[in-house]
Design a protein around this ligand. Sequence first.
Ligand code: HEM
Length: 438
Amino acid sequence: MVLQQMGAWVGEELPRLNTAILRDELPVDALREALRDEVMPGLPAPDRFTPAEARRMLVHLGFIGASVGRHYQERTPGGKQTPGVAFEGLVAGGDEIPFRAYFAAMADRTGTGHDHRDSYASLVRWNVGTIEVRLGEDLLAVLPGEFNDGRIRTYTGTGGEERFFALVKKGEAIELAVNDLLEPLTAPGTRFDSEDAVSRVRTAAVLLQALRQLFLDFAALPPEQSMPAEHFMDVFRQFAVHWTPGDIPPSGALDPEALKRDFLLGVAIDDYDRHVRRLFPGLLSDERAALEALMARPTLPQQMAASLGVDLAALPDAGPAEVRRLLSRQPVLADWYALLAAHARAAGAHLMVSKKFLFKPQQRRDAEGVGDRLLVSNRSGTTGMTETFLERLTRARREHVLAPLRRGVSAETANTTIAGGVRSRTGRAAPVEVLPVS
Ligand code: HEM
């Protein structure tokens, strides 16, 4: 009952109040007053919820916390330095548990090691309904959501926010399918030249092409069918405020399947482990554990090369004839090359959307003297990644360990390897589909 009431309130009342406050049609305190009158007193103690219910509650509470935090910080001089003040006087239930403590207890109740603030998991994965990834008639991955109501909760009730959350979850679902195919290859004794291993690598490459296409299609839509950049910068991103100084706000950078893929395939960035560990508070316990395990292992291209007797260190000096000889001796190298190239191209497409929706419009604002938002800067991502850093990451993925094979594998061969390589179980060439479960 409480969950239903919360669902209705967060689904309708919260976006209405947020929009009215942002338009100056209501005073900034209208949200806190509504929460104090209509929501907080009726909240049961967190231990009254099952872990699954607690996850749904946390999605609702996350939207509430982000909204309360944003309005306070945006309208109070110096508010950014004192984020905790936003929640003062906001207490839950008969025991009057302060909002942050209530949120923390609910987060613990989910049993997932969730941070004591909103997160990628609550905003995207739990919020958006279950997504399936299919290749023809084969079901490759299912990424569950916590609601099966066909709705996506947002800050301001706009289609753009819904479409953005759905896009990110679809991306994560494709990445999950990729990782599910590749992870078994990390087992000791894998035969990298076996039919099964090659088929996994080829299917993973096809999926990464589909991920790239997802980015390209979103970017090609008219703003009213994707999300206007101004809305992304001025409305949506401004809810990703700190709840305590130094905490990790929600970001696509916390998409755990993308992080896992980087460790499976390797990325030549100094200190990449440290960079990822810095984001750990924003992840869930099983995600942190999976990443630690992958960090401790050699990458798949390293394992593949060692098992096939390929000297990766010698590749940069190999001439075209030598590369061709190597490829005819170990044809699976062309499949691995195609996979790493598809990974790099997907990263390139992501870089393009980040520029289109954020970095370029902000550069235009800077050139016009408009400047930046005071609350959440549009000159970098919410966890602090700059355009230069995203470019560096994309370059590092392009300069993968098999990149020297470029001299022997034409782009055409790589694409044919991918296009010709994937069949569903019935043997038909199959399209990738990424669909919500209705
Ligand atoms: C319009 C769509 C998108 C825009 C504008 C966008 C923008 C950004 C920005 C600005 C960053 C830096 C974040 C930070 O500092 O925390 C970032 C990072 C990241 N985003 Fe996105 N993003 C979009 C879609 C997606 C989708 C669909 C996915 C998941 C498939 C995703 C996954 C990531 C990842 C993994 C990172 C970390 C950087 C990297 O590994 O290259 N993003 N994105």
